[in-house]
Write a protein that binds this ligand. Structure first.
Ligand code: NAG
Ligand code: NAG
Length: 989
């Protein structure tokens, strides 16, 4: 959360302000502060590289000055190495070591470094203590696997002058064709080119050069200075604009740039691909727009520079809080992608280049290429090329590299209630009781910064949070949790042991001179923990021990905010780029991974907070800043949005994008953070929020209270129904999380991901599928709307979730009525959806509740679905302590079966778990789209594995219902008494 003006206000003032806010309608005028953030032409390296691209485009004889020296090519164990030479002025050649590593997974990795910097053979200016190499550790934080090199990769035996070719991937179907001069690479699959490097000649690795200092100027009077400097300026070599090479100012701050210009840039073309997705986080559509002007296009590149951009605007390529430099290109029949592993400030231009059909030459159809231009301020050029060929292969390959999403505790996917701030422990307990009074389920209540004593983390305000332990225990009675905020800025004040230790142990980020860095954040003057330092992580762990952070209990979890890092008085509200981290890497090099190192340290801390070492439960951390790999230890939310319909609308494509970009545990503040939502907006937001993988209501300190029980009839009732729907479907959500955890598949999925061959649906980003269940939702995001048009890509029958109204017809939209109380949600034929129908106060209380299976018969009369359950808490699932079933209904045989998807030998923990679940049964089977012939069936036959002889085959009643006009018939089997973890058959013949 954020507003500058509040930073010094005490908790008590907040409390009174809150009372005041209750009485008066307060709606802050909000607008992103554009002047705080750079445009491309205010960021020297972006401007230089865009100018480079313009020059290239305008020069008909443009040739890239990079060439591979064929005499240097070596190939060993799946890795090709060589030297690329960059020709600079007067025939001088700069050596750039190249590696092309072919991985067993079919992914290729290309790195380009600079020999001089690699060897430290450069001079830093201004007595800088920074490292001399290009930053090469982004992979250390982001990558966890998938790096085995390909055993089958081989150089092509056919020698073609001017080219080096390597075959790799399964069956050698992938090929990297390296052109020597100018240097470029084409990546092929099955003989067809899908990705091209340096096709447009925009490769640019700014090599090190010494600054030619102007001759010393004699002392002069003030006022003359500017003029003098102008006159003594060096003539610009070859027309290059040197003005941003040596230092750069923005918003009153000057970056000393001791290493001079060092950008890396490359153009990457996806021939024949019209759609590219990914590179979150931006408040924009799923299918990325062009960025170089024109009809409906942006004029700025997409920017990746994690920043505290509060009150952010919609439909913009502006940077936000997190960065995942992974882009996918999709067309009918193919999905490919690139992962640009660089942690520095990065800009990406996207151009859709249309080629019209040529009537004179047969076979040239009109097509669109997507051209991209990647520009980073520093670091190695390090790019992974993923050749798919499907969206599923893409998310899997990327997940193998950066890790799959962590398996959350089950409470973490239920509803979270937050606001800035619950003002006292009594307030928290009161809210908790009110949820019960109104019979509204929730699992977690959150505390923002005001719970601390004067913004000193690891303390409680003694006046307002008098007895946190008692508060935590009340929550635990209904298996509820508490999340408290802990940020990376540590208050610089007296009598605060945490800051004393941080200083004494030298674990904070340093300024360019090597002294502790001081800046402003919530507490006022602050220092920042440097989690690039392993010692800092160890120290951080010590702070979370139950006996150190008193008042926290086993049901306390952590929210890491402001970890971009947000620095109120820093350039672009963050740290100076010449700050120094562990090992003397400049902040410039590591900026985008900074937030991840922090939330990961917190994750490690929660794992070890019990000094007896008995804390074996999965941590829950929410982070605002993120990078590739964050999915392994945290959930994210989209930061400080507004209580406006446009922000509700934008949340859907933003979260869909998170999902395909490997970080699916994501949500947006329900209700909107800034401002007061109308009751209609709040209600519609809850109806949408139940489809966010991370589902939290949150509100700014200046807003009126808006807990679900506040708005009154009929809103409270409608919101409660929405929450109940989320809770009812938790088994499906949890299974979808398990799928994400094991395969990298998104939890909510866009149309193209589910129907990759349906061109008309590629850009659709306002409707979503939940997991693999064929549950298709399209939240209402327009004020006053009472219906939506849902697009159906396939010709399966779809049924309204609530009344089984039938919608069918591929490739077109279908109007679904949706008055305020109605959530547009369809079930695709062919799926079996697991639910838990008994309303409870929290998900923890549902642990041993029975299941309902909704069998939705498809057009062929079949259906299937899976269910994953574990204890929802510990890591025992890693040793097999879970239930993983497949349910299938065969139309031809009229039999529903449950089979085991887990075939390994059972460990003791697994056996104990199954025992604990032995009594949990399926209490109801609903068959939607049931065959008319069942009308005369009064019974089904049920048999369960391992049941006693007498009970092996039993008749159970079947009820048949006619749907009537436009609605499906359905049938219900009540209480077949089969175990959810058992194998069984229900015979409908
Ligand atoms: C996370 O923390 C562990 C343990 O301290 C460390 O080994 C790992 O490198 C960290 N990863 C990231 C991404 O910070
Ligand atoms: C159930 O099984 C019994 C014995 O096999 C058979 O007689 C009966 O018809 C079956 N009933 C149904 C509804 O399938």
């Amino acid at each position: 959360m954020i507003t500058r003006k509040d930073s010094s206000r005490s908790s008590w003032m907040a409390y009174f302000f809150l009372l005041a806010a209750w009485c008066c309608l307060f709606s802050p005028a909000v607008m992103v502060k554009h002047e705080n953030f750079k445009k491309c032409d205010q960021s020297g390296f972006c401007k230089r590289n865009r100018a480079f691209a313009d020059t290239a485009a305008a020069t008909s004889s443009w040739t890239s000055p990079y060439a591979l020296d064929p005499s240097t090519v070596k190939f060993k164990d799946g890795t090709l190495s060589a030297v690329v030479l960059k020709t600079v002025g007067d025939g001088e050649k700069v050596k750039l070591p190249l590696t092309v590593t072919l991985l067993e997974s079919g992914v290729a990795r290309v790195t380009l470094d600079e020999e001089k910097r690699q060897k430290g053979d450069i001079e830093l200016r201004k007595d800088s203590k920074a490292r001399k190499e290009r930053y090469n550790e982004a992979g250390k934080w982001a990558l966890v696997g998938g790096l085995e090199t390909s055993k089958g990769a081989a150089l092509s035996e056919k020698v073609e002058k001017g080219y080096t070719k390597v075959f790799y991937g399964v069956g050698g179907k992938h090929e990297a064709v390296i052109q020597h001069s100018p240097f470029g690479i084409e990546f092929k699959r099955d003989g067809e080119t899908h990705v091209k490097f340096n096709e447009r000649g925009l490769l640019n690795l700014e090599h090190w050069r010494a600054k030619k200092e102007p001759p010393p100027v004699e002392e002069k009077k003030e006022g003359e200075e500017e003029k003098q400097e102008e006159e003594t300026k060096e003539p610009e070599p070859q027309g290059e604009d040197e003005s941003t090479w040596w230092d750069e100012s923005f918003g009153g701050a000057t970056d000393s740039k001791p290493r001079g210009p060092e950008a890396v840039a490359l153009d990457i073309t996806f021939p024949g691909y019209e759609h590219v997705f990914g590179i979150p986080e931006h408040a924009t559509r799923l299918s990325l727009k062009s960025t170089r002007g024109g009809d409906g296009a942006y004029s700025e590149p997409y920017r990746l520079y994690n920043a505290d951009v509060f009150e952010y605007e919609m439909d913009s390529p502006m940077t936000l809080y997190g960065a995942i430099p992974f882009m996918q290109a999709h067309r009918k029949g193919s999905t490919v992608g690139v992962f640009w592993l660089n942690a520095a400030e990065t800009w990406v231009d996207v151009i859709k280049s249309k080629t019209s059909a040529n009537p004179l030459s047969l076979g040239t159809k009109s097509h669109t290429d997507t051209q991209t231009h990647w520009i980073s301020e520093s670091g190695l050029l390090d790019v992974f090329v993923l050749l798919g060929p499907t969206p599923q292969a893409m998310t899997k390959q990327y997940g193998e590299l950066t890790g799959f999403t962590a398996m959350p505790q089950s409470f973490a996917i239920a509803y979270h209630q937050c606001r800035w701030n619950y003002v006292t422990d009594e307030d928290v307990k009161d809210v908790d009781r009110k949820f019960d009074k109104f019979k509204i389920p929730y699992d977690v209540i959150w505390l923002d910064i005001e719970y601390t004593q004067e913004k000193k983390y690891f303390t409680w305000d003694p006046l307002t949070f008098v007895n946190p332990t008692k508060m935590g225990k009340q929550l635990d009675k209904t298996d509820r949790k508490l999340v408290v905020i802990i940020d990376p800025h540590i208050k610089n004040t007296d009598n605060y042991p945490v800051v004393d230790e941080l200083k004494k142990k030298e674990l904070a980020v340093k300024n360019k001179d090597g002294n502790i860095y001081e800046g402003w954040c919530w507490p006022g003057s602050s220092h920042w923990i440097d989690c690039f330092n392993p010692k800092a992580i160890d120290w951080w762990k010590s702070l979370f021990k139950y006996d150190a952070f008193k008042g926290t209990l086993a049901n306390t979890f952590i929210w890491n905010d402001m970890n971009e890092p947000s620095v109120f008085n820093g350039p672009e509200t963050t740290m100076p780029k010449d700050n120094l981290h562990h090992d003397n890497w400049e902040h410039r090099d590591v900026h985008n991974v900074n937030g991840m190192t922090f939330h990961n340290a917190t994750y490690q801390a929660l794992l070890t907070r019990d000094s007896k070492g008995k804390e074996l439960r999965r941590p829950f951390i929410l982070t605002r800043s993120f990078y590739s790999g964050s999915q392994r230890s945290a959930a994210m939310w989209t930061g400080d949005n507004l209580a406006e319909w446009s922000h509700l609308e934008a949340s859907i494509p933003m979260l869909l994008n998170q999902g395909i970009s490997g970080f699916p545990f994501s949500g947006a503040d329900v209700g909107g953070f800034f401002g007061n939502p109308s009751k209609d907006l709040l209600t519609r937001w809850y109806q949408a929020g139940i489809f966010y993988p991370f589902f939290r209501g949150h509100a700014h300190i200046d807003t009126r209270r808006r807990e679900p029980y506040i708005p009154g009839a009929p809103y409270t009732e409608i919101i409660t129904q929405a929450l109940r729907l989320r809770y009812q479907l938790l088994p499906a959500w949890y299974t979808a999380f398990h799928e994400a955890h094991t395969t990298g598949a998104p939890i909510i999925r866009p149309n193209y991901y589910v129907h990759p061959e349906d061109e008309a649906g590629f850009a659709i980003d306002d409707q979503l599928y939940i997991g693999s269940y064929g549950l298709l939702a399209k939240p209402i995001t327009k004020e006053g709307a009472t219906s939506v048009d849902i697009y159906l890509a396939d010709d399966q029958p779809y049924f309204d979730y609530f009344d089984y109204t039938l919608y069918q017809g591929a490739g077109k939209t279908h109007t679904v009525q949706a008055p305020l109380e109605k959530i547009p949600l369809l079930m695709q034929g062919g799926n079996i959806i697991p639910r838990r129908d008994r309303p409870r106060r929290s998900s923890g209380l549902m642990k041993f509740d029975p299941f309902t299976l909704v069998v939705v018969l498809g057009k062929d009369g079949n259906a299937e679905g899976t269910l994953y359950i574990d204890d929802g808490e510990t890591f025992d699932y890693q040793v097999g302590a879970f239930i993983h079933r497949k349910f299938a209904f065969s139309g031809a045989r009229s039999i529903l079966t449950s089979t085991n998807l887990f075939a390994d030998k059972l460990t003791v923990k697994a056996e104990n778990y199954l025992k604990s679940m032995a009594k949990v049964r399926v209490e109801k089977v609903i068959v939607v789209n049931a065959p008319k012939a069942w009308k005369s069936n009064k019974e089904v036959n049920v048999s369960e594995e391992g049941a006693k002889e007498s009970a092996r085959k039993r008749g159970v009643g079947l009820e048949f219902f006619e749907g009537g006009r436009g609605k499906a018939d359905w049938a219900v089997v009540r209480d077949p008494k089969v175990g959810v973890g058992k194998g069984w058959k229900i015979d409908f013949n």
